[in-house]
Design a protein around this ligand. Structure first.
Ligand SMILES: Nc1nc2c(c(=O)[nH]1)N[C@H]1C(S)=C(S)[C@@H](COP(=O)(O)OP(=O)(O)OC[C@H]3O[C@@H](n4cnc5c(=O)[nH]c(N)nc54)[C@H](O)[C@@H]3O)O[C@H]1N2
Ligand SMILES: Nc1nc2c(c(=O)[nH]1)N[C@H]1C(S)=C(S)[C@@H](COP(=O)(O)OP(=O)(O)OC[C@H]3O[C@@H](n4cnc5c(=O)[nH]c(N)nc54)[C@H](O)[C@@H]3O)O[C@H]1N2
Ligand code: SF4
Ligand SMILES: [Mo]
Length: 722
């Protein structure tokens, strides 16, 4: 795959009053290479060009990426700190006045100190997100534990990557999303993709995926919907939402029966094969079909194609992970690679297709309730000792583990948590069971929101602190492959906005904790501390420098010292990261979703994304082109189901569950199962599908079951959705 000469010529034809700043997209974990175009007369970002020399995406970008630059100088940017001066307007955009940073900081520090004196350190909580660089994610963990001294910190990756992390750790002993670099993807012989709407969610992977078929390889998709990628698949396993564990067990049973087990690999490099074999043997194609709704022939064909392929990659995403058995689903699909030995060599392996821009790095350096930098555990005294030494605190001062993102709202209800420092997330749209979550945010004694736009969550805040967009600061992110890359600064911060890390340093100083933070004067200072704090951990960044990133087009972790080039392929030595060096084949009996359809709620509701919007939509709903392309949410309904309910295309219907209701335009499509409806979740207020979703959590990852609950539809009077 070479760059086209035509494109190279365009790239060289840059305007005289412009400089190009090489960087990466602000949105998903593909982190596509782009050049931001900066006008040298105004020093403002004016546009974007693809980076054909970026080896992962080779100049490809999606509709969000080509318009991402429009966020930076957007009229909706918050340019000064805002303080709420009318408490009765909490929960709306009104009732704020502009303030100076000093005034805002003073108020935040006064309130945090007051609450902590009266109710203990843990009454203040932090809720983060992974659209931030590694530097910011790392410092957010330190800010919570050292500046605020609270145990309650968690982040939006709990809704995103937690189950993948759980499954990968459990099976392989390490959570690096992909065991192979993306440059292997198009060279494999069979791609098995479960619960990934790749064409809409990671569009710039598609040229590699189509290339597998163009080279004569096969594409197998497990998804209840006929997504764009499923339409061209060799096998589309159109399963009922929430039944992946049965599907994976059915395929494993066939792989064993048909002689596709790599016995040498299983004997030398894994544990648990026999136990798994016992569990999957009842999963005949017929029995698997009964549970999943997938025709037995399709299951047989999928097992045959995967089993026979010389090289294969199993990939999965939120479709299988956002379930109460998300961790088990991940391990069940990894089992396919382990029994066939298709892992630990180039062009074969497993990958979770990480979601957010820094969904990988942001989960490695201590933003999670129980995690410390370098993927250390806060429950492990040795790990606590190592990180305390870098932070300059006594190990006894390290707070205990906290609770997961959704559980923080439960502690708000109990008044255990009374204040929230929210940054880089919009849970008033993205959390499940929103009627409950919004009530808890409203009832907080004090809430700070750090954002560059006034989000639906910021409407509940007492203080809003304006931060910079990704293009006004520098730092690193870790992409879908586990490759650490560099984000460059293309413009000075707009208005009075400041990068998150700087806000935290300044707040720490005012909290009287400056001695642990004041040495951090640049993002690079933070990165250098992160390197030390991760040294010797599983996610070891010690050997990564910004220069090495530049020179090598990114560095794959683990990277232990200056001479280590990093690790693009994991397990080439067949050593897994469990104590005995072996991978674990997990024996996983099937269990159904938390809420099965019944007479009252006979449909299955599943939720997800469209190509034009990103997550809670707080960024993409402000971009005119994206809004024009996708102005409002909709509910996908099969034609036969629509006929049964007597509802028409584009008619507005009432969709409801035991937790809430909303009104959506119907999109009649054969691309969805008859027993299932789908709604994208990128909209706020009464358009949010999360008013309806269930807060049932996976027992280990504490991830909510966004992908399956019971629902009902009815015709409604035309109600104008705001
Ligand atoms: N356009 C766009 N791209 C994005 C994002 C975005 O918001 N918009 N977000 C980014 C982020 S943070 C993430 S996490 C990723 C998400 O990327 P994906 O996981 O690919 O996206 P989703 O739409 O959440 O879900 C994927 C598919 O899972 C299917 N599914 C639903 N239930 C089940 C089930 O029970 N089993 C199986 N096998 N499949 C099921 C859905 O039909 C859907 O097609 O995308 C990233 N990229
Ligand atoms: N029903 C349903 N719900 C879901 C999902 C689903 O599939 N279905 N998916 C879940 C998933 S996978 C995810 S990842 C979550 C995401 O959910 P959220 O975390 O709520 O999503 P975002 O829209 O990314 O919110 C980020 C906010 O931070 C701001 N922001 C962006 N960059 C920065 C920064 O550098 N610093 C600061 N301080 N702010 C910044 C943005 O303007 C935005 O308001 O949603 C989850 N919710
Ligand atoms: S695929 Fe992801 S990273 Fe690439 S341009 Fe689109 S949103 Fe940005
Ligand atoms: Mo995500």
């Amino acid at each position: 795959m070479q760059r086209d000469k035509f494109f190279r010529d365009i790239e060289n034809a840059k305007h005289p009053n412009e400089t190009l700043v090489p960087t990466h997209c602000s949105y998903c974990a593909m982190q596509c290479g782009m050049n931001l175009r900066v006008d040298t007369t105004t020093n403002k970002i004016i546009g974007v060009e693809p980076r054909y020399d970026w080896p992962v995406t080779l100049g490809k970008m999606c509709p969000k990426g080509v318009t991402a630059y429009q966020q930076v100088n957007h009229p909706d940017r918050i340019l000064k700190p805002l303080i709420r001066d009318d408490a009765s307007l909490k929960g709306t955009k009104q009732g704020f006045r502009e303030a100076t940073w000093d005034e805002a900081y003073d108020l935040v520090v006064k309130k945090f100190k007051e609450l902590q004196q009266n109710y203990g350190k843990d009454s203040v909580s932090v809720y983060g997100g992974v659209s931030m660089t590694n530097e910011k994610c790392y410092l957010t963990g330190k800010f919570a534990r050292v500046a605020l001294q609270t145990r309650y910190i968690d982040y939006n990756g709990r809704f995103c990557m937690a189950s993948a992390a759980g499954g990968l750790n459990c099976s392989l002993g390490i959570d690096r999303g992909s065991t192979v670099p993306w440059t292997d993807v198009h060279e494999t012989d069979c791609l098995f993709l479960a619960g990934s709407n790749t064409a809409e969610c990671h569009p710039t992977s598609m040229f590699r995926i189509w290339n597998v078929q163009e080279r004569g390889g096969y594409l197998i998709i497990a998804d209840p919907r006929e997504t764009p990628i499923a339409r061209r698949a060799d096998v589309h396993l159109d399963l009922r939402p929430g039944t992946d564990l049965a599907l994976a067990n059915g395929i494993l049973n066939l792989l064993i029966q048909n002689g596709h087990v790599d016995e040498q690999f299983v004997n030398n490099h894994t544990n648990g094969f026999e136990e798994m074999k016992q569990v999957v043997k009842e999963f005949t194609p017929e029995y698997t079909s009964q549970i999943t709704g997938v025709a037995p022939e399709k299951i047989i064909r999928a097992a045959e194609l995967y089993g026979k392929a010389p090289n294969a990659i199993v990939m999965f995403a939120r479709g299988i992970e956002q379930q109460i058995k998300g961790v088990e689903n991940v391990s069940a699909y990894i089992n396919m690679a382990l029994v066939t030995g298709k892992i630990g060599r180039p062009k074969s392996g497993v990958a979770t297709i990480t979601g957010q821009g820094n969904g990988q790095g942001g989960r490695e350096h201590g933003q999670k309730a129980d995690a410390l930098p370098g993927y250390r555990k806060i429950t492990n005294p040795q790990h606590v000792k190592e990180v305390s030494a870098v932070w300059g605190i006594e190990p006894e001062e390290m707070p205990k583990p906290g609770v997961s993102a959704y559980e923080m709202f439960e502690l708000m209800e109990q008044k255990t948590i009374r204040a929230l420092y929210l940054l880089c997330s919009n849970p008033a749209v993205s959390a499940p069971n929103l009627n409950y979550v919004r009530k808890q945010m409203k009832n907080l004694d004090f809430m700070v929101c750090v954002d560059f736009y006034l989000s639906e969550s910021a409407e509940f805040a007492d203080v809003i602190l304006p931060t910079t967009t990704w293009a006004e600061d520098e730092g690193t992110t870790t992409n879908v492959e586990g490759r650490i890359i560099k984000i460059n600064k293309a413009q000075m911060p707009l208005g009075e906005s400041k990068p998150d890390w700087q806000i935290q340093v300044e707040l720490a100083e005012r909290m009287g904790r400056g001695k642990y933070f004041s040495h951090l004067k640049t993002a690079r200072d933070v990165f250098d501390e992160l390197r030390l704090a991760s040294k010797g951990g599983t996610a070891d960044y010690y050997g990564v420098t910004w220069e090495k990133i530049e020179k090598q087009n990114g560095v794959f972790w683990p990277c232990k010292d200056e001479n280590d080039p990093g690790t693009p392929h994991l397990f080439l030595d067949k050593k897994f990261y469990h104590a005995d060096g072996k991978a674990k084949i997990m024996a996983l009996p099937y269990r159904p979703p938390a809420e099965e359809p019944d007479q009252e709620y006979p449909l299955r509701l599943t939720t997800g994304r469209v190509v034009y919007h990103y997550l809670s939509g707080n960024q993409t709903r402000r971009i005119q082109f994206l809004r024009d392309m996708s102005p409002e949410p909709f509910v996908e309904v099969h034609p036969e189901t629509a006929a049964k309910y007597n509802i028409n295309h584009e008619e507005k219907v009432r969709l409801f569950t035991r937790r809430g209701e909303s009104f959506y335009k119907v999109k009649i499509t054969e691309a969805i199962r008859k027993d299932t409806v789908f709604v994208p979740y990128h909209w706020g207020h009464d358009q949010s599908i999360n008013l309806l979703t269930i807060p049932a959590l996976d027992p280990t990852s504490r991830m909510p079951e966004f992908k399956a609950c019971a629902a009902q539809i009815e015709k409604s009077e035309l109600k104008k959705v705001q």
